[in-house]
Write a protein that binds this ligand. Sequence first.
Ligand code: SF4
Length: 279
Amino acid sequence: MIGTILPTRTTKPPSPAPPAKPLRDYLSYSAITTYQNCPLRYYFRYVAGLPEKMVSSSLVFGSAVHRAVEHHFNELMAGNEAPTLDAMIGEYDRHWSEADPQTVQFGKDDDVESLGTLATKMFTAFQTSPLAKPVGRIIGVEEELRGSVVAGCPDLLGRIDLIEETTDELVVTDLKTSRSRWSRDQADDSAGQLLLYHELVRNFAPRKRVRLQFAVLTKTKEPAVDLHEVLVDARRIERTKRIVERVWQAIDKQAFYPSPSPMQCPGCSFREQCRAWTG
Ligand code: SF4
């Protein structure tokens, strides 16, 4: 994150007034959910542009797994053989080597070695799963799409993990890593992301149906790879757009305030600034 110098305890906390020029002229699903979870955290990250002074090991791990899986699909898209397990691990390791070790915060049961062992098991499960052998033609991997999805809001920017094309469908897949297998409710609760991606993708091939799915790789002892389809439903798409609209209206009005929670605060980089914040 591009940002200003991190204030010290004696520095006046940043005022929640946006800079003359916003850091971004678009919204992402991640920014929307950051605001929903804690508006002040959104402010520190996306408006004040403060650097993250720590990052959880699970975030680095998830990104490293994504990178290895991305490598797999890129090779297939290029018409090459699927990469070996060693090649996937190599991509995973490369991502870790690029992370700043001073900023990575490990959980009490995690270290680089244990996470590497877990990643190897996850890649083994992935390589033998149907996800690794798409039936359609791969037309996009980590594809960045941007467009106007909700009137009156900035463009939406989406990074789509995988887009496949079959004779009658475009299949949009978002990859997740998870501590446990997802329930149907978890897939439904996360559906907004894919429904917004549907709006970005649908004009690619107007005559084709767009199918949406989450691919969930579990970080369990015996990793699983599950696919959860999200039904394209016009009413749910409209509902999701209204949520984005309301979130944006609140951001635009600078409605920034702390929303403490035991889920969010322990991993938040801005605890110090949050405590110093007086509105
Ligand atoms: S410490 Fe908690 S309440 Fe404060 S900004 Fe971070 S997530 Fe929000």
